[in-house]
Design a protein around this ligand. Structure first.
Ligand code: GCU
Length: 612
């Protein structure tokens, strides 16, 4: 009976993950042998989308004979009389992965369409093999064409997607064209206004993934939250011959090996038992090599096994209560200053977090690149991942909901085997309303279906208790849905001066762990004054001192992730000589200098971890 229950539960899991995410997102491309398409790509800036629509605003791609205006054809004049009004190969080039804003001065504020083109030769290692092009992220909308044919469209700037090119691929002179459009839209996710820079471009790695014709497309391998001596999951094959196939899962270090048989859909579920598992935790982030082998394919992953739960007001990692010493991070490169994408970027940001005394980071407000999660796994840093449902989204727009759900499914599919990821956040600072509640409840239900092993939260907003502004509470029905109650609060910065912290008490009615997802203050590095001088390091320092004292008053407090590790670009921050296009709430300036408040938080965390 128990076995059937496991099989049914896992089947539901698999079906819902397929239905939701773009079809056939390949999991763990990170560890596959791939061919990089990174490097210089030619580009054409096309604010009028002249390469996409004819003068009647009809899309070329919908036409039988699109003609020479269609940029996706990468057309060349066939005679000296031919009229073609673009040429990628003599156009300027730009680096991929990266954003266009910090690479080209004239594109710093540009929002719109930019066409990217890359030509390459590619010889498959075996004729019957299949080839996919895999994008780690493109902000925001990507229309992808290969050798003049439309592969598909992806919406969402922070999650991976892939398209098959097997039947279009040639040994020589392939060309891939991507129409990238980062225009902000009311019905978008995120919507029109955010407090971060709307970096446009092919912002993360692009790879060619060559696999056998029946390959391992997807798998979940996690510790059973109900039984710490059991590793369970499923493997899903992709191909034409995937039924009744042998699949082998090995965890050599645990001397575990299991052979399972796929069903008609190419799916096989399994469980393996061991009393010798070294559980992954922040002090000992032990990762096991896991090998998955099918008839024609094999892949390796490094997976940590741990449980994460809540019990009353506690967060339990491997059944032990843990205080989350965190910091919020935006995905900006401390090296190039633009959108972060490299392992060096990730390493620098997480090294700073470690230096601060953190065992936890909030990756805001969208999924960051996979290097962050892989490094967090190795460094023993717990992670909050967030879907970019930010501020006032179009709650009643079905396409907006599907877009939000799809982005969530993609990040869950990418990171569900990462031990470091403990919390899926549905949203940030969204105004309470019935349509919003329905929207977020659906997202949460979808997340629980896809991944019942992790905690759900969202950065909510606090309000007065019974109209008394000196008592703060969480008055939000979505607080009943989340596992961890999180909210942003800015007493001392947007709400009064630092000393106001001393006048505030908290009345949190939910018997749940509380995480303060944001608090903080702005400071210009090197600007000094008394602690009432806004923008001075002393003001920010005092906000931290007062806030840390105030938050100790929250009985359910289990951690926080102050806003923010590093100053970051924002089009909403224009105060000359202070902000100059940066949100200055970082504890570290954009050029890597630490502010006084950095040490206030570090001392607090060092004391906290010493007492744990
Ligand atoms: C908000 C928001 C952040 C923003 C921060 C700020 O709470 O979540 O995205 O940057 O406040 O105002 O600095």
């Amino acid at each position: 009976m128990h076995k059937i229950k496991i099989i049914v539960f896992l089947m539901v899991l698999i079906v819902s993950s397929q239905l939701a995410a773009q079809e056939h997102l390949i999991v763990n491309v990170y560890n596959r042998a791939t061919t990089s398409l990174n490097g210089q790509w030619n580009y054409i800036v096309d604010p009028y989308e002249n390469g996409f629509y004819n003068y009647r605003l009809e899309a070329f791609e919908d036409q039988e004979n699109p003609g020479n205006g269609a940029f996706f054809l990468n057309a060349k004049p066939k005679s000296k009389s031919d009229l073609i009004e673009y040429d990628f190969d003599i156009s300027d080039s730009i680096q991929v992965p990266s954003d266009w804003n910090t690479q080209k001065e004239n594109l710093y504020y540009y929002e719109g369409t930019v066409w990217y083109k890359k030509s390459f030769d590619y010889k498959k290692s075996e004729n019957q093999h299949r080839v996919f092009v895999y994008f780690e992220a493109v902000n925001y909308e990507a229309d992808v064409y290969f050798n003049g044919k439309k592969l598909g469209k992806h919406i969402g700037g922070f999650t991976p997607f892939n398209f098959e090119v097997t039947n279009l691929l040639k040994d020589k002179d392939n060309f891939i064209v991507v129409k990238v459009d980062n225009k902000r839209k009311k019905e978008g996710v995120p919507t029109l206004n955010t407090d971060w820079w709307n970096y446009g471009g092919i912002t993360r790695d692009v790879k060619l993934v060559e696999v056998s014709n029946n390959f391992i497309e997807n798998y979940t391998i996690q510790l059973n939250p109900e039984n710490k001596n059991q590793i369970k999951g499923y493997v899903k094959l992709n191909g034409t011959e995937i039924a009744k196939k042998e699949i082998q899962i090995d965890i050599p270090e645990l001397k575990l090996s299991k052979t399972i048989i796929s069903n008609a859909e190419g799916v096989a579920v399994f469980e393996m038992n061991s009393k010798k598992i070294q559980y992954w935790d922040t002090k000992n982030p032990h990762l096991y090599q896991v090998n998955i082998k099918s008839v024609n394919d094999k892949i390796t992953d490094q997976i940590g096994f741990r449980t994460i739960k809540t019990k009353g007001k506690e967060i339990l990692l491997n059944d032990e209560s843990i205080f989350l010493r965190g910091i919020s991070i935006h995905e900006e490169s401390p090296i190039t200053g633009g959108r972060g994408s490299t392992i060096e970027d990730a390493q620098q940001l997480l090294n700073w977090a470690k230096e601060l005394g953190c065992n936890y980071v909030r990756l805001a407000h969208y999924p960051h690149n996979e290097h962050m999660l892989r490094l967090a796994d190795k460094m023993g840093i717990l992670v909050w991942e967030e879907n970019p449902v930010y501020w006032t989204i179009s709650w009643e727009n079905e396409a907006t909901y599907n877009n939000a759900e799809n982005q969530l499914s993609e990040v869950i599919n990418r990171d569900k085997n990462r031990a470091s990821v403990i919390i899926w956040s549905m949203a940030n600072e969204t105004p309470t309303s019935e349509p919003r509640l329905i929207f977020l409840k659906k997202l949460a239900a979808h997340t629980r279906e896809l991944d019942p092993t992790r905690l759900i939260s969202a950065a909510l907003e606090q309000s007065d208790y019974n109209g008394d502004p000196t008592i703060r509470t969480i008055n939000d029905e979505f607080a009943n849905v989340v596992d961890v109650l999180s909210f942003n609060q800015y007493v001392g910065w947007y709400d009064g001066l630092p000393e106001k912290c001393g006048q505030i008490s908290w009345k949190i009615l939910q018997n749940k762990p509380v995480l303060i997802s944001e608090f903080g203050a702005g400071a210009k590095i090197g600007f000094h004054g008394d602690k009432l001088t806004r923008w001075s390091e002393e003001f920010q320092e005092d906000v931290y001192i007062q806030t840390l004292k105030m938050l100790e008053g929250i009985e359910q407090l289990q951690g926080f992730s102050p806003w923010i590790l590093v100053d970051f670009r924002s089009p909403r921050r224009m105060l000359p000589k202070i902000q100059d296009g940066y949100n200055r709430k970082g504890l570290i300036s954009e050029d890597g200098k630490k502010k006084k408040a950095f040490y206030v938080l570090k001392n607090f965390y060092d004391t906290k971890s010493a007492s744990n």
